[in-house]
Design a protein around this ligand. Structure first.
Ligand code: 13P
Ligand code: 13P
Ligand code: MG
Ligand code: MG
Ligand code: MG
Length: 366
């Protein structure tokens, strides 16, 4: 019998501004998911949040894209949105419906990462939840976990990892996908996924086809040929016994890499790995956060989690991230802090250009 891990997330309102999900919303989600546990749709679940995004981590026997599981999550978000509206939380229903203006490009729906697998004798699974960034923010850490021998010692010394992994990459602009093998096609892979706003790692597989990782890319891949904004992403990564070790899976996050998102979804800033408790992006609405939760998946039940970045060994990363935040913030409205105009979520440029149009003089004659 196979087990499915589904992580479905949405920002349905927060306090204050875009900072933190309200506990009442998480309680409502808990109530709805408890109901689904009772009726047997779910085997187990764990609810967390990263910043203003609520992440429903669910296990079940129904496979990927299951209607009942997805409806359960959607219902939870819809019902919690009612509370968000009553409390006049910021961006109530932000990622679900389009009736509350929050200044963001409206979401098409919740984000989702899922994988179905036959449980190993012991099956460690890690769930990462990010806020104030986009799915491409996972490109660098997922690449390092599954393809960088300087990160993952097992690629060199563990025979069960030595042949490498395959990466499924989405082109979110052209709505196309491609699978590239590592280490054989590593440079081609990097040529794509270095463009984090366009090429996004969706899944990673062992060479025998077994699923190793899945990333939410939902909103971005839905609208081909049109930029549809940031969507704070989640990822599921399997660890140990044929996959990278737990420690190899968290190691890339010791580097506070630069990602797009932060204030108004329009700035580059350093990632900051934190505990669940500290996943409160406050300074300039950031810097962007990532939470990591380590579970054992046992007969479709979630044993754990361990709050993976609740480790003093990541204190230095957090300090670095804060220092980098100070450095890049001093650029104010200048690139590369502010994103290039075509990638900005909130852009006043069209209005400014329209206003200035009559005042632009042609320089061809000069
Ligand atoms: P232990 O000896 O603590 O089980 O660690 C094994 C290991 O491989 C850690 O990466
Ligand atoms: P969220 O995508 O987390 O809601 O952030 C939006 C924003 O504009 C932050 O400044
Ligand atoms: Mg928000
Ligand atoms: Mg968010
Ligand atoms: Mg968002």
């Amino acid at each position: 019998m196979k087990t499915t891990v589904s992580v479905i997330k949405a920002d349905i309102g927060s306090v204050s501004g875009h900072c933190v999900s309200h506990p009442a919303l998480m309680e409502k989600c808990d109530e709805v998911l408890a109901g689904a546990l009772e009726t047997g749709i779910l085997e187990d679940y764990y609810i967390t949040r990263c910043g203003d995004d609520i992440d429903l981590i669910m296990t079940h026997r129904n496979g990927e894209l299951n209607e009942e599981v997805h409806r359960t999550a959607y219902d939870a978000f819809i019902q919690a949105t009612e509370i968000a509206r009553d409390l006049k939380l910021y961006g109530a229903g932000q990622d679900l419906l389009s009736d509350t203006f929050s200044g963001n490009v409206k979401g098409m729906g919740p984000g989702c990462a899922e994988m179905e697998f036959k449980e190993r004798p012991s099956d460690p699974v890690i769930v990462y939840c990010m806020d104030k960034t986009e799915p491409g923010a996972f490109n660098l850490p997922i690449f390092k976990i599954f393809a960088d021998p300087f990160n993952t010692a097992g690629l060199v010394i563990d025979p069960s990892l030595h042949e490498g992994f395959s990466f499924e990459v989405f082109d979110v602009m052209e709505h196309k996908k491609v699978v590239l093998d590592c280490p054989e096609e590593m440079y081609d892979l990097l040529a794509l996924i270095g463009s984090t706003g366009r090429y996004v790692i969706k899944r990673v597989f062992k060479k025998n086809g077994e699923i190793a990782a899945a990333v939410s890319t939902d909103k971005l891949n839905l609208l081909a040929g049109e930029y549809v904004g940031k969507d704070d992403p989640v990822a599921i990564v399997r660890a140990q016994s044929g996959f990278p070790a737990n420690g190899e899976c968290v190691e890339p996050f010791a580097f506070p890499h630069m990602v797009s998102g932060w204030m108004r979804g329009s700035h580059n800033g350093p990632m900051m790995p934190t505990s669940q408790e500290e996943a409160n992006p406050i300074r300039f609405d950031g810097p962007p956060r990532v939470v990591g939760l380590g579970f054992q998946v046992t007969d479709a039940k979630l044993v754990g989690p361990v709050d993976l970045f609740d480790d003093p060994a990541f204190d230095e990363t957090r300090r670095q991230s804060a220092n980098l935040a100070s450095y890049i913030r001093r650029h104010g409205p200048f690139e590369p802090h502010r994103l290039p105009s075509e990638e900005m979520e909130y852009t006043s440029l069209p209005g400014v250009m329209e206003k200035l149009e009559p005042r632009f003089e042609d320089m061809d004659e000069e």
